[in-house]
Design a protein around this ligand. Structure first.
Ligand code: C5P
Length: 223
């Protein structure tokens, strides 16, 4: 039987990874956080002063970046050239630059190639912005997630706080989400858009369990 890919796309901070992890855990699938890959590339670019306007530098930099996922309890942990960067990629410097880096054609091309390789023979749940449209357009189950922007900002703010990051205000988080949503939906290279066959999931008023139950019902016929 062929492997199954579940694609989850949607706006920033609307619970994609929470649902993806819950689904992966329930089904015994591998969870792949594609956003973490763009974030790790962004971190590398920041550390090494790579100017995204310089295509030759971008190409060269990508050849020096090795990303790996280490799954622990279905939490996604990513390493950048062997260094654990899972926490650092969530902080503001990366969040403020990731949309610009991820809009780069050469960066996207390389990430999509690596993502497609991961879903070639394994059962996976992958979340991101272009998974159902570009990475796995043939995925049998696709979700497109959305939620009220204020609720999303509050959720992300609480998450940062719980990790001991008190340097960022709720307003800053809100602005960053609005900025990324705008950049992600208006960029030229595979913008964030709902695939025609993606199931919409607005979780503004749903608990995590309700979202999981809803998703499982849609996935079940393909298991
Ligand atoms: O999912 P997360 O919010 O961590 O993603 C960070 C950023 O990475 C997004 O705002 C978007 O610019 C980019 N991204 C992307 N395509 C994906 C996943 C993330 O462009 N598949």
């Amino acid at each position: 039987k062929k492997n199954l890919v579940i694609a989850i796309d949607g706006y920033s901070s609307c619970g994609k990874s929470t649902l993806a992890k819950a689904l992966a855990k329930k089904l015994g699938f591998i969870y792949v956080d594609s956003g973490a890959m763009y974030r790790a590339v962004t971190l590398y670019f920041l550390r090494n002063n790579i100017d995204v306007a310089d295509d030759a530098k971008v190409v060269d930099a990508l050849q020096h970046i090795e990303l790996n996922f280490h799954s622990r309890d279905y939490e996604s942990h990513i390493t950048l050239n062997g260094e654990e960067v899972s926490d650092e990629i969530r902080l503001m410097p990366v969040s403020e630059n990731v949309s610009e880096v991820s809009a780069h054609k050469i960066v996207r091309h390389e990430m999509v190639k690596q993502q497609q390789r991961m879903g070639k023979s394994k059962n996976i749940v992958m979340d991101g912005r272009d998974i159902g449209t570009t990475v796995f357009p043939d995925a049998p189950v696709k979700f497109f997630m959305t939620a009220d922007p204020k609720i999303r900002a509050e959720r992300r703010f609480k998450e940062l706080e719980s990790k001991g990051n008190n340097a960022t205000t709720l307003e800053e988080v809100f602005e960053n989400l609005a900025h990324r949503d705008y950049a992600d939906t208006t960029r030229k290279e595979s913008p964030l858009v709902r695939a025609d066959d993606a199931i919409i999931l607005d979780n503004t008023d749903l608990t995590q369990q309700e979202q999981l139950d809803f998703a499982l019902e849609k996935v079940n016929p393909f298991l």
